[in-house]
Structures are given as structure tokens and as C-alpha cells.
Design a protein around this ligand. Structure first.
Ligand code: FAD
Length: 261
């Protein structure tokens, strides 16, 4: 990428977050081509390993329900309800329904030589459908409408074979005094410092639609929050006409506070 402020380590699998004795996240262990390595954080660590692996990584690092961690031989460091709220988008397959012949699956038409040639030459036709989804839509079922609210609670795909699933869970974002909360509204893992989670796993309630766009929004919001926090550490003092930021200075301060000049 040619940028000096980012380094991407490909083929790298994070195995554990290192917390020091004050529960400050100081780095991560990872493996790359079978070699165990350690990356030290100069400021903070942001975990974005998704709805299954983020809670897994936290728990492997000792952040999770203490009793459960002990039962699997992990020394608990921070007792939080990590991984307690997995929600799946449930998918069911219905028998074939003919809506309108040109829209529905017809093996003789859809898997014929013509279809293959159309895709090979023009990149169009049945084989170009993403995930074989010919059409989709959102529906408010009777269950929702009888509550007086009209918003979709069902998504319908017209497909040739069933796929699934949107997952989301783990560590709710929420109020720090709520026992179900794992991260606060700035995505900071409670009772730690220098550690955030920014991915689909933090949604307190699953969204009605697909989760990918909301996950991107979470990333954008996290970027804003993090930039705002660190910008405050670099505030120029009008009195001193100098940069207020000094590594030692911020390290001594609480992660949750901002510099007051
Ligand atoms: C089968 C399927 C179909 C879906 N279809 C749709 C759809 O049609 N529309 C839609 O909106 N959403 C869909 N989703 C959901 C969508 O993919 C997720 O909402 C979205 O990807 C969540 O983004 P994320 O950043 O939270 O996690 P992810 O996209 O899962 O990103 C996590 C990343 O972290 C990496 N990672 C994990 N563990 C480690 C580790 N230990 N070390 C290093 N890297 C690690 C993973 O390789 C991955 O690249 C689908 C999901 C699935 C499973």
C-alpha cells in the first residue's frame, strides 16, 4: 500500500491478547507460517475478528465468564459475559414455489450449455447470480403487525439451493452497569484498558436486515471514536504553545479520560 502509518501482516492468526497485571492490553501473540510471534501495542488494541472469533479471542485471553474459563483450564482475568448472546439468522428451506416461470429455477434451462456459454462469454445469466439468489425481499409477518409495529421480521430469498446465515453476538455493547455488557459505547472492553472490539459481535440486539452494512457502520463509528480520543491527546496547549502529548504522560492517565489543559 505504500503507506508508512500502516503495516499489514498477512497469513497471521492472533492467538491471545496479553494483558498486564493492571489489565492493560499491551500486545497480541500471533502465528505466521507456524512461527509464534508477538506484536506490542504502542497505544491500544482493536479486535475485529468477527462474531465467533472475537469472543473466542477474548476468552482465550482470560476475558469471559470466570467459571466457564476455569472449567476449560483458562486462568480468568476479567469476569465478563463474553459469548453469552449468540444470535443466528435462522434459515428454513421451503418446497419449490412457482411464482413466475422465468424467475424460478428450471434445471433444463438454468444448467444447460447455453447458460454456461452465456456466462463464459458475457458474464451474465443464471450462473452470474450471487449465491444463486434470484430475488430477495423483506416482509412484516402477522406476528409483528399485530404488535402495531410495521417493520420486517422475515427475509425471503428465492434460491436454487439453500445457504444461510448471518451470525452476530457475544459481548453486547451497553451500559457499564448492565450485567450483560462487555463493551461500552466507545467499544472499550470493560475493566480493561487499551482494548476495544469493533465488529458485528457488539450489537446489543440483532438488526432486522442483513448484518454486513451495520458491521461496516460499526467500523466507521469506531474509527471516528478512536480518532477523536487520540486527537485529544495531541491537543496543542495555547498556554504552552507545544504539544501536550507525551507517551509517559498519557500512560499514567486513565485510558477513559482526556487531557485537561
Ligand atoms: C454464509 C454467510 C452469508 C452471509 N450473507 C450475508 C449477506 O448476504 N448480506 C449481509 O449483509 N451479510 C451477510 N453475512 C454476514 C456478514 O458476512 C457479516 O455480518 C460481516 O462479515 C461481519 O463483519 P465482521 O467484521 O464483524 O466479521 P468478519 O467479516 O467475519 O471479519 C472477521 C475477520 O477476522 C479474521 N479473523 C478471525 N479470527 C482471527 C484471528 N484469530 N487472527 C486473525 N484474523 C482473524 C477473519 O478471517 C475475518 O477476515 C453472511 C454471513 C455468512 C457466514
Amino acid at each position: 500500500m505504500g503507506r508508512k502509518n500502516i503495516r499489514i501482516s498477512r497469513y497471521s492468526h492472533v492467538t491471545k491478547i496479553k494483558l498486564d497485571r493492571n489489565n492493560i492490553a499491551v500486545g497480541v501473540w500471533y502465528t505466521r507460517h507456524g512461527v509464534k510471534r508477538f506484536a506490542r501495542a504502542s497505544k491500544e488494541i482493536i479486535i475485529s475478528t468477527g462474531a465467533v472469533d472475537s469472543p473466542k479471542l477474548l476468552m482465550l485471553s482470560g476475558i469471559g465468564p470466570s467459571e466457564h474459563l476455569k472449567s476449560v483450564g483458562i486462568k480468568p482475568k476479567v469476569n465478563l459475559p463474553v459469548g453469552q448472546n449468540l444470535v443466528d439468522h435462522v434459515v428454513t428451506v421451503l418446497p419449490s414455489v412457482i411464482i413466475h416461470k422465468p424467475l424460478t429455477f428450471d434445471p433444463t434451462r438454468d444448467f444447460g450449455l447455453d447458460t454456461i456459454m452465456e456466462y463464459a462469454i458475457n458474464g451474465t445469466g443464471f450462473l452470474s447470480l450471487p449465491g444463486a439468489v434470484a430475488a430477495e425481499g423483506f416482509i412484516s409477518t402477522e406476528n409483528v403487525r399485530k404488535t402495531g409495529v410495521d417493520w420486517p421480521d422475515m427475509q425471503v430469498y428465492f434460491v436454487t439451493a439453500s445457504t444461510c446465515i448471518n451470525r452476530r453476538h457475544q459481548g453486547n455493547m451497553g451500559r457499564p452497569d448492565d450485567p450483560k455488557t462487555v463493551v461500552d459505547s466507545k467499544l472499550r472492553v470493560l475493566h480493561t484498558r487499551g482494548l476495544r472490539v469493533a465488529d458485528a459481535s457488539i450489537m446489543p440486539v440483532i438488526v432486522n436486515g442483513n448484518t454486513n452494512a451495520p458491521a461496516i457502520m460499526i467500523g466507521e463509528k469506531a474509527a471516528d471514536t478512536i480518532r477523536e480520543y487520540w486527537s485529544e491527546q495531541y491537543l496543542v496547549s495555547p498556554q504552552l504553545s507545544t504539544y501536550a502529548f507525551q507517551k509517559k504522560f498519557t500512560q499514567n492517565k486513565c485510558f477513559y479520560s482526556t487531557i485537561s489543559l
